[in-house]
Design a protein around this ligand. Structure first.
Ligand code: SF4
Length: 312
């Protein structure tokens, strides 16, 4: 069986750096807690706990030591609260998320009304909005919500910003609806790491050598589900959280299998899934391990282009 990974998959640069920083911290004997999941992946949460860095939902749960802020960022007041309570802070907030904080703060100082397009429950959006005065901002995730707002009450103007992980094209109607009713400017705060994974997944699904696709990711990862939806439109696609989810019957009659992974999926999960698929495929073909090793060398395809720099 041909196994082909998407040209881009898995951790974005921001999460890769956060993951590395926490592991470095733990390896140096550091102990503490991460505020919210480092990434939306249960295996990563367990891995961090084993390293001595548990996940907590609130600063109140931390008595001392170090608190880690994840790549999604936190409301600025959390930094002050943590320091006031004597906690050390390991801040792994992605620079792109800080760009949004900075732009929002400049717009706020100009007296503009802030509109964040995104998921109000997402920690990144909560980081932007939690410290703001009520009435100075909106969080919108659908056109119908934009249409309900009386934009004439903001004559000083509106600044539109996006949650970094959104697909801008999908929310173009929301931004346009605001612009048609208000004096609005937009800042392109989309991070293209997620889009690159989506585009690569689409190319994989379009590949004539590929008959089916495994999409690997956490149970609560929205971007993983989005990858699966993209692939499913073109090829039979299966969402798996780990090797235990793979069903042998999915591979029946499949001669080319594509593999991709959400932005919260660590590389070792991809390796594990690929290894499991090889074993199942070899069993189905009645191959010995020795036969399998020889064939893998000649058939595995990985472009090796899956490292992205943290730059726009
Ligand atoms: S902004 Fe982009 S690079 Fe940064 S954490 Fe989010 S998806 Fe990753």
């Amino acid at each position: 069986m041909l196994l082909k990974r998407a040209e881009k998959y898995g951790f974005c640069a921001g999460v890769r750096i956060a993951d590395r920083e926490v592991k470095k911290f733990a390896a140096a004997g550091g102990r503490g807690a991460i505020l919210g999941q480092l990434v939306h992946n249960e295996r990563v949460v367990s891995e961090m706990e084993e390293l001595g860095v548990r996940t907590v939902e609130s600063l109140d749960e931390v008595e001392g030591g170090t608190i880690v802020f994840s790549a999604h960022g936190v409301p600025p007041s959390f930094l002050h609260t943590a320091r006031r309570r004597g906690l050390r802070v390991l801040d792994t907030t992605c620079p792109f998320v800080y760009d949004v904080h900075d732009d929002a703060e400049r717009a706020r100082q100009l007296g503009l009304h802030l509109v964040f397009i995104g998921d109000p429950e997402h920690r990144e959006i909560q980081g932007y909005t939690r410290d703001l005065e009520p009435g100075t901002y909106h969080v919108l995730s659908a056109l119908s919500e934009a249409e309900k707002v009386d934009w004439s009450q903001y004559p000083q103007g509106v600044r539109i910003l996006y949650q970094t992980t959104l697909n801008a094209e999908e929310y173009e109607d929301v931004a346009r609806a605001i612009e048609s009713r208000a004096e609005a400017t937009r800042t392109d705060t989309i991070c293209y790491a997620t889009k690159e994974n989506q585009d690569a997944a689409l190319r994989l699904a379009e590949d004539p050598e590929i008959d089916a696709i495994l999409v690997i990711g956490g149970r609560h990862s929205a971007n993983t589900r989005h990858l699966w939806e993209t692939c499913s439109r073109l090829k039979p696609s299966y969402l798996v959280h780990g090797v235990e989810d793979i069903e042998g019957e999915w591979l029946e009659g499949v001669s080319g299998l594509g593999i991709t992974a959400g932005a919260s999926t660590p590389d070792y999960l991809v390796e594990e899934v690929e290894e499991r698929v090889r074993t199942l495929a070899s069993r189905a073909e009645g191959l010995t391990d020795g036969d399998r090793a020889g064939r893998e060398d000649s058939r595995r395809v990985d472009t090796g282009e899956n490292q992205s720099a943290l730059s726009r």
